[in-house]
Design a binder for this molecule. Structure first.
Ligand code: SF4
Length: 256
């Protein structure tokens, strides 16, 4: 069975999908979002992080089978709550064969499988694995191409194409998400663009996530500098304003 790099595994989560879930965080992401709250997830190899004065290694190679055994421990909880497993990251599609093994394993065990993606992956890979995914959380960021390049390291052409493809193919299992980062993703132009994108794709709902600065210390702990320090004091208000703006444009907002 395939092997891959995992940087965290959390049991008994009650977010990122229905019911009680096990969250599996795959390491490696093609983007470099300036506000990333899990910067230790970005590099596709184990790395060292200083925490509480001691160095620790983030990322361990695991067999898909071992991850699946871990997930299957809470099968009864999933059955009773309508839960399952959510593969997050990093970017899960960045390790396609590993992800395939995990998704196939969930499917054969009857475990609901969700994937949280930034959408920056080959369309062939996403569409090939789509039938094995029960729910996609698709993290949209900024719609202006140049701004996206500036804040994440890549423009968003591929991401938007993949979003539209999934919306056309499986709208009922696609959950668009937007982290409302004060001063970056909450501007009027970006929110109007989001509403237009969703309407154009035949979607009417979005999940809004509040920006929180939990990642700030981690950048330092990794010996890296983040490109920005959004004002976390403005997060709550930015979220409320974004929800109001999108609602006025016919989009139903959910804050999970
Ligand atoms: S896509 Fe997610 S994991 Fe990757 S850099 Fe951006 S916020 Fe971090």
């Amino acid at each position: 069975m395939s092997r891959g790099l995992v940087f965290d595994l959390q049991r008994y989560a009650v977010h990122d999908g229905p019911g009680i879930r096990t969250l599996v965080f795959l390491k490696g992401c093609p983007l470099r979002c300036a506000w990333c709250c899990n910067p230790e997830s970005q590099k596709a190899e184990p790395e060292s992080l200083r925490r509480h004065g001691a160095m620790e290694t983030v990322g361990r190679e695991m067999d898909a089978q071992d991850v699946l055994d871990e997930i299957a421990r809470d099968r009864d909880f999933y059955r009773n709550s309508g839960g399952g497993a959510t593969f997050s990251g990093g970017e899960p599609f960045f390790q396609p064969e590993f992800l395939r093994g995990l998704l196939e394993g969930c499917r054969s065990r009857g475990i609901h499988a969700a994937v949280e993606t930034c959408g920056y992956a080959s369309a062939d890979i996403i569409l090939a694995l789509e039938p094995l995914v029960d729910l996609f959380f698709f993290d949209l960021k900024v719609l202006d191409k140049e701004d996206h390049l500036h804040w994440t390291g890549w423009d968003n052409g591929l991401i938007l194409e993949n979003f539209k493809s999934l919306a056309a193919r499986c709208p009922n299992k696609l959950v668009p998400r937007l982290t409302v980062v004060p001063g970056i993703s909450d501007c009027r132009q970006n929110l109007s663009g989001m509403a237009e994108l969703l309407r154009g794709a035949g979607l009417r709902d979005i999940e809004l996530l509040e920006y929180h600065p939990l990642g700030s210390d981690k950048w330092e702990a990794l010996g890296r500098e983040s490109l920005c320090r959004p004002d976390a004091a403005l997060s709550g208000r930015a979220l409320t304003e974004a929800a109001r703006s999108l609602s006025q444009q016919g989009i139903t907002c959910c804050v999970p």
